[in-house]
Design a protein around this ligand. Sequence first.
Ligand code: RTP
Ligand code: MG
Length: 140
Amino acid sequence: MAVEQTFSIIKPDATRRNLTGKINAKFEEAGLRIVAQKRIQMTKQQAEKFYEVHAARPFYGDLVSFMTSGPVVVQVLEGENAVARNREIMGATNPANADAGTIRKEFAESIEANSVHGSDSLENAKIEIAYFFAGTEIVG
Ligand code: RTP
Ligand code: MG
């Protein structure tokens, strides 16, 4: 196992309910370090580009609307096997299928308003981190 960095977003449903600290505690308790973090309002253009891979899916328009409906917290998480580890901590996309103790089981409202995003591969993590952060903003 190697130390990796992954990209995370605390989504608008979670910032709206003031859950940033509780979600960050889950990451830290699981051994991931928050090595960069900022609260932003995503623009429509930013969200469209970020989710471009889902452009043909029926939920794309709703997803872009949701992700721009309020502030998000973008983050870089670092730790052993961070990409896969973070996916475990988040739980399944649909909270109805998420394991007990996961962020989505505890906090998600629906398959769309599911509180967090996490990169699905190391390759995508690098692309997503570079999309939101300058190298000087990441302090390990
Ligand atoms: P994420 O990218 O946010 O970490 O989540 P994921 O890999 O678990 O899910 P993905 O398939 O990449 O979908 C991206 C986000 O789109 C929303 N979604 N809505 N209405 C629907 O059927 C549906 N399916 C997915 C969710 O917000 C999901 O996280
Ligand atoms: Mg995904």
